[in-house]
Design a protein around this ligand. Structure first.
Ligand SMILES: Cc1cc2nc3c(=O)[nH]c(=O)nc-3n(C[C@H](O)[C@H](O)[C@H](O)COP(=O)(O)O)c2cc1C
Length: 337
């Protein structure tokens, strides 16, 4: 079965790409992923705060009023808590590139233009085949409106696109009030791909300890429908390619994502839980499903459930919403356990 796809202009044998995570930290694990057929890999992110901190620390030592700067960055983890320092990250990109033949996508994580300094160029020079910009930002200032938030992200994309010649994907959260419009603006700004979506690691509250507790839970397939919705809405309407991230756990999830419009299907939780070899199982499940359902290739399914041909997606969404709520009261509910 031909599962080939094109993502960020990269020709991939199939769409299942290990997403940004510790899966790319160890060169041997990356080789294992390549051996089981991963067509590309996304490395963990280098955070803008790591880059700033490097510069700030040097500055603070020279400044008599250093305390105010120290306070401003005291919320962030200490440099030794990060898995890789910025220069180690560059070295890691070089080592991974030297060890495997598949495309290596590096990742920068931050919120605003300028925050990555010259790291986009340095990462590109280290050999990365593409760059994923993770704009993970929770706007909490009541004085800052959605236009300003979007503009910061757009400027960051324009700036990075000017700085590097490699393709640039943007990984986003779903919390934009007019997401389709924002996606189009990113497309116009030159983003080569959109990755839908970041997971927000919602901190919990411990009521006895009066403490905010960070928690990391691996994803579930139930997180996928939010992604499917936006993939389907954007499919075929942008130049940028689309990747799904969040909630893909088996071949069926992957097929649904591709039908909704994904060109690449990123997986992290499932591979962390079941090991790199599971990628081969999911690929086989996709091929089997397509064969059973008489598809000639994955390309035939790609975007087939997109809403491009739907005359009025907004009306469709309202209708779906009302039907589900009304269905409950009339006893014809559509609950799936
Ligand atoms: C342990 C761990 C580390 C991660 N590190 C990063 C990272 O450095 N940068 C990033 O953009 N996403 C990171 N992610 C998020 C994943 O790339 C992915 O978006 C998320 O896990 C949803 O995909 P999944 O449902 O396949 O797990 C991380 C996820 C996990 C579980």
């Amino acid at each position: 079965m031909d599962l080939s796809t094109t993502y960020l202009g990269l020709k991939l044998a199939h769409p299942l790409v290990p997403g940004a995570s510790p899966l790319g930290d160890d060169v041997d694990t990356v080789k294992r992923l390549e051996d089981v057929g991963a067509p590309a890999i996304v490395l963990r992110s280098l955070f803008a705060e790591q880059i700033a901190r490097e510069r700030f620390s040097a500055f603070i030592h020279l400044e008599r009023n250093g305390e105010s700067f120290a306070e401003a960055i005291s919320f962030f983890p200490r440099p030794d808590r990060f898995v890789m320092a910025p220069d180690e990250y560059l070295e890691h990109v070089r080592r991974v590139k030297a060890a495997v033949r598949i495309p290596v996508i590096a990742s920068l994580n931050g919120t605003r233009p300028g925050s990555w300094r010259d790291y986009p160029q340095m990462i590109s020079q280290a050999g990365a085949d593409a760059l994923e910009l993770n704009i993970y930002h929770l706007p909490t200032d009541p004085e800052v409106g959605s236009d300003e938030v979007e503009e910061l992200a757009l400027q960051a994309v324009r700036e990075v696109k000017r700085a590097v010649g490699i393709p640039v994907a943007v990984k986003l959260s779903p919390y934009f009030s007019a997401f389709a419009h924002f996606a189009r603006r990113l497309d116009v700004a030159g983003a080569d791909g959109l990755v839908l979506f970041n997971r927000f690691y919602q901190p919990d509250i411990d009521p006895e300890a009066l403490a905010v507790v960070p928690s990391l839970q691996l994803s579930r397939s139930s997180e996928l429908p939010l992604r499917l919705r936006w993939l389907a809405i954007l499919s075929g309407r942008l130049k940028a390619s689309l990747a799904v991230s969040g909630g893909v756990h088996d071949g069926r999830d992957a097929i649904k994502s591709v039908m909704a419009g994904a060109h690449a299907v990123q997986m992290v939780s499932a591979l962390l839980a079941r090991g790199p070899e599971y990628l081969g199982t999911v690929r086989q499940e996709m091929a089997d499903w397509l064969e059973e359902h008489e598809y000639a290739s994955l390309a035939e399914a790609q975007g087939s459930m997109g809403l491009r041909s739907c005359p009025d997606p907004e009306a469709y969404e309202r209708a779906n919403y009302m039907m589900i709520l009304q269905g409950w009261t009339t006893g014809r509910h559509l609950v799936r356990s």
